[in-house]
Each structure stands twice: as C-alpha cells, then as structure tokens.
Design a protein around this ligand. Structure first.
Ligand SMILES: NC(=O)c1ccc[n+]([C@@H]2O[C@H](COP(=O)([O-])OP(=O)(O)OC[C@H]3O[C@@H](n4cnc5c(N)ncnc54)[C@H](O)[C@@H]3O)[C@@H](O)[C@H]2O)c1
Length: 260
C-alpha cells in the first residue's frame, strides 16, 4: 500500500563520507525516516556536526569516524556491535582540487591513480565486505553505492576517477547476484554534476563561466543536482519497498547524456 512516509525505524544505516555534501543529505534523510544513522567521515568534526543536526531534529545518530581505505578500521567499526542493515557507500574522491585537478589520462602517472582507486574502489570493497556477513546472518540487507556518470559514460579529463566508479558499479552487480537469496539488494545511484562543497567553487563563483555553461549544456534540466534530488530514492531503495530492485544503476542526473 502507498503511504506518504517510509518508516525505517529499527534499521541501522551507515553512510560513508556522511560529513558533508551528498552524504550529509543522505544522513539527514535516513535520520528523518527513523533509522539509526552511523555517520562516517574521515574528518571526525564533520561526522559529529551531522550527528548533532540529526539529534537536534529528534533522530538517532552516532559518529563513526574512520578511513574507508583502511580495512582494519572499517571492520573494527562496522562489525563491533549490532550488524548494519543498510550500507551507503558514498565516500568519494574526485581529485584533491575537484574540477581543477583534472587531466588527460596520457599525462598521468601511476602515482596519480592511487588515491582514486583507494577511496572509490577499495573503500567500497572494504565496507561491502565488512557488512555482508551480518546481512546474510539477518537475511536482510541493503547496499547502495554512489557512483558517477563519469564511470558510466566516460569522462575526458577524469578517466581514473571514472574507472574507479565503474569498478565499484561492477562490484554491485556481482554482490546483487550472490546475495539476493539472502534478502539483500545492492544498487548503484549514478550522479551527474552536483552542487556540493566539492564543486561549490564552480557554482558559487563561476556560474556564468563558459566551463559551467558547457557542463550544463549536456543536461536536459539545466542546473546542478542537490542532495535532496536523490534522498527519497535512496530511502525507498533501502526500505522493504525496494526488495525486488537489485543490481541496477539508477541515474539521478537531470537527464545527462540521454542518448547513452
Ligand atoms: N559532487 C559531484 O558533482 C558528484 C558527481 C557524481 C558523483 N559524486 C559522488 O558522490 C559522492 C559524494 O560526493 P560529494 O560531492 O558529496 O563529495 P564531498 O567531497 O563534498 O564529500 C565527501 C565526504 O567524504 C569524506 N571522505 C573522503 N575520503 C574519505 C575516506 N577515505 N574515508 C571516509 N570519508 C572520506 C570527506 O571527508 C567528505 O566529507 C562521492 O562518491 C562522489 O564521487 C559526486
């Protein structure tokens, strides 16, 4: 039956990189839906601030700072107490300088690739591996991985970022196939260009620049996305209403590159 609200009370969700941007938006949404939110971030002050926001709104949240690239810290944090019901792999690295840090693949060196792969691929491997046994035991679980159209369509200037996101998206499909019989779903949400702290300099200072206009020219809806553009979808996929949706990559991208 259709009801206006989705109730996730009794569910524990961990959101990696939940301290700002998309992750913060997801953390607030899951808190509002009644889940107990484990807000992860590399930067503890960020995850604590989001926990305070959720608590101020009457939700339940706890800060779990760890580095998703460190498997030991991930397993310690995610297997220490009750199993996690919902994992949102959101922590990402798009390059230290965001849009400014882009370059042609042929001009990069192996040392440039590591930070993308470690956060965007290994981070997802680590967190997914850590939570799966508990989900299998409970015969219920939801895994959502935030990927990027850079990995779906290709991204001149962001090849390694795109490759790392495509790798994570591929993992989702295998995890979905292996674990559907345990009541576990795994899906990707593929984002187009968002307005978050990562990209804020572009939109705040250069919204009328040729670069910003060129980016938006590829979008049917000519604005960058905001976290609330995906929060309802994420909460639905993570609920019982999402139990027959698995292995999918769902685009939340304002109609970016519709012909692809
Ligand atoms: N912003 C965009 O335009 C855009 C587009 C497509 C996809 N995405 C993806 O969406 C996700 C969120 O993006 P955002 O714009 O909110 O990013 P952001 O950089 O604003 O926030 C990411 C958060 O992750 C944390 N983090 C980084 N590395 C970490 C690690 N090793 N361990 C734990 N936490 C870590 C950061 O401290 C930060 O708080 C990312 O996976 C990103 O690749 C973003």
């Amino acid at each position: 039956m259709l009801s206006a609200e989705i109730d996730l009370s009794g569910r524990r969700v961990v959101i990696t990189g939940g301290g700002q941007g998309v992750g913060r938006g997801l953390a607030l949404a899951f808190g509002a839906a009644g889940a107990e939110v484990l807000v992860n971030d590399l930067r503890a002050e960020r995850s604590r601030a989001v926990v305070d926001e959720i608590s101020a709104r009457g939700g339940a949240a706890v800060s779990v700072p760890f580095d998703v690239t460190d498997y030991g810290s991930v397993t310690e944090a995610l297997t220490a107490s009750e199993p996690v019901d919902i994992l949102i792999n959101n922590a990402g690295n798009a390059g230290a300088e965001g849009f400014a840090g882009r370059g042609r693949f042929a001009e990069t060196e192996p040392a440039d690739w590591e930070s993308f792969l470690r956060v965007n691929l290994y981070g997802v491997l680590h967190c997914t591996r850590a939570v799966l046994p508990g989900m299998v035991f409970n015969e219920w679980g939801r895994i959502l991985t935030i990927v990027s159209d850079a990995g779906r369509t290709g991204d001149p200037g962001g090849a390694v970022y795109g490759a790392s996101k495509a790798g994570a998206a591929g993992l989702t499909r295998s995890v979905a196939l292996e674990n559907g019989r345990f009541g576990i779903t795994a899906n990707n949400i593929s984002l187009g260009t968002m307005r978050t702290p990562l990209t804020e300099p572009l939109w705040a200072e250069q919204a009328d620049s040729p670069q910003a206009k060129a980016i938006l020219a590829n979008y049917a809806i000519r604005r960058p996305g905001v976290p609330d553009d995906l929060t309802y979808l994420a909460v639905m996929l993570a609920s019982d209403h999402g139990s027959w949706i698995t292995g999918q990559t769902i685009c939340v991208n304002g109609g970016y590159s519709l012909t692809l």
